[in-house]
Design a protein around this ligand. Structure first.
Ligand code: NAD
Length: 452
């Protein structure tokens, strides 16, 4: 099938790579010339396991093309996916400016160069219910040629290719048999592999994405709240997680306490859901609480770090802390809403110098500008944060170590080496990567979230 994708970000690029891998002819359009230039040469703009191979193979096979010419991308397309960003506005609602601009451009292009066949325009971006109706309004005069659909994306960064290739569900919100039938065909290679396809109305599809992120985020905030209660009573949240997770009604996934959820989806979508609810006359009190716990969690962690270092050193001023992890999660370079940045900001505010290392975000170049923003916001000298060259360089020298991201590279380090490099054998772990008892035996003063 001929597919056009508008927006070459995390969702657009993964969608393009995976659909071309299934034999579709995919053209990707983005307003960022730099992104399109790099992608056209097979150079990665984001880090996702398995993505580079798919992009290079399908570029070589000419099933995947990148362009800054909208007309070229739309030419003969049977399906156009909108995958542009929907960032939060100042009041927490979803900012749909990029999406509406993209829809306007498509409409203008289709008026100038009318299509021979009808086309399905499907929104993959996360949007509030009724956005589809508004976009249909934009396409007003082209109703006989354009069939609208909402196809929300459920991939998770860090496992995006795997999630797209082997989804457990595909949601298709439609109000026409034409769109339903075309999308069913497009996704057949995935449904044949076992994915469930839910076909529903447009508003249900739109809201289903928020519902999913709201419930996932609620598990994280609930576990973080429980972890703090657990910590206050000397109980072990790790064991509690296993106990409650063994109840089939609860299930064991997505119950890991830490420094809170970040990234480009959960924080903005939980906030946007509150705004959606408000516009429907509903006070979303649970969504508010999920958000509040999440905003507090990295501050709680930074205070824990400060108290532990304070106990030993009488203050953070002028001491150097080693910090592992900047991106919001394992396997991703995405710095958007990363809780590690909140922790970093608090430690800097309290006077510490920080040596940071992130194996993925620093390599992809996303970490450096985000960290510099934090330093500038605080009005500090740039040398208060040093970008280290590896996990051991981050603690050479350092008084102790703070862990903020659960990257694989941090999971089995050489502990003897760590001890020999740091002034104190102190590790404060915001991701509960190691076993407290084993760490004690190794001679560390090891602190994590909600465990002894
Ligand atoms: P992103 O910021 O990584 O990418 C968006 C891209 O759209 C950018 O490359 C930008 O240059 C481009 N763009 C903006 N306006 C454009 C226009 N008029 N025409 C063409 N290109 C344009 O965003 P993302 O993370 O891929 O998210 C996209 C949407 O998908 C959001 O609504 C998000 O909530 C949703 N989503 C994201 C994820 C995720 O894990 N990142 C998962 C599921 C859903």
């Amino acid at each position: 099938m001929k597919v056009s994708i508008i927006g070459a970000g995390y969702v657009g690029l993964v969608t393009a790579a995976c659909l071309s891998e299934k034999g579709n002819d995919v053209k990707v359009y983005d307003i960022s010339k730099d992104k399109i230039n790099r992608l056209s040469k097979g150079k990665m703009t984001i880090h996702e396991p398995g993505l580079e191979g798919l992009v290079k193979t399908n570029l070589a096979e000419s099933r995947l093309r990148f362009t800054t010419e909208l007309g070229q991308s739309l030419d003969d397309s049977e399906v156009i996916f909108l995958a542009v960003g929907t960032p939060p506005s100042g009041d927490g609602s979803a900012d749909l400016t990029f999406l509406y601009k993209a829809a306007e451009s498509i409409k203008n292009e289709l008026i100038t160069n009318p299509m021979k066949k009808p086309v399905v325009v499907a929104t993959k971006s996360t949007v509030p219910p009724k956005t589809g109706q508004y976009i249909k309004g934009i396409f007003g005069g082209l109703n006989d040629k354009i069939f609208y659909a909402s196809v929300p994306e459920f991939l998770a960064e860090g496992t995006a290719v795997e999630n797209f290739m082997h989804p457990n569900r595909i949601v298709v919100g439609v109000d026409s048999d034409y769109a339903k039938s075309v999308l069913k065909d497009l996704f057949r290679p995935f449904t044949a592999g076992g994915a469930q396809l839910f076909s529903c109305d447009i508003e249900t599809a739109e809201l289903s994405k928020y519902a999913s992120n709201y419930l996932l985020a609620s598990r994280i905030s609930a576990m973080n709240e429980l972890a703090r209660i657990s910590g206050a009573f000397g109980a072990d949240i790790g064991m509690i997680r296993k106990i409650v997770g063994s109840d089939e009604r609860i299930g064991s996934k997505f119950l890991f306490p830490g420094i809170g959820y970040g990234g480009s989806c959960f924080p903005k979508d939980v906030k946007a859901l509150q705004s959606i609810a408000k516009s429907g006359g509903i006070d979303a009190i649970i969504a508010k609480a999920i958000d509040e716990v999440n905003e507090n969690q990295p501050l709680y962690f930074a205070n824990l770090v400060a108290n532990l270092f304070n106990d030993e050193r009488y203050g953070l001023k002028d001491i150097t802390i080693g910090m592992w992890g900047l991106s919001f999660k394992n396997g991703s370079d995405d710095m958007r809403e990363s809780r590690a940045l909140v922790v970093l900001k608090e430690l800097l505010r309290k006077g510490a110098k920080v040596r940071v290392y992130d194996p993925i975000a620093m390599k992809m170049g996303t970490a450096q500008p985000a960290v510099r923003n934090v330093v500038q916001e605080l009005g500090l000298n740039e040398n208060m944060v040093i970008f280290a060259e590896g996990i051991y360089d981050a603690i050479t020298p350092a008084y102790g170590l703070v862990i903020c991201t659960d990257h694989d590279a941090f999971k089995s380090p050489d502990f003897e080496r760590i001890k020999s490099l740091m002034c104190a054998p102190l590790i404060v772990d915001g991701r509960n990567l190691y076993e407290p008892e084993k760490m004690e035996k190794k001679g560390f003063r090891y602190f994590s979230i909600g465990r002894k």
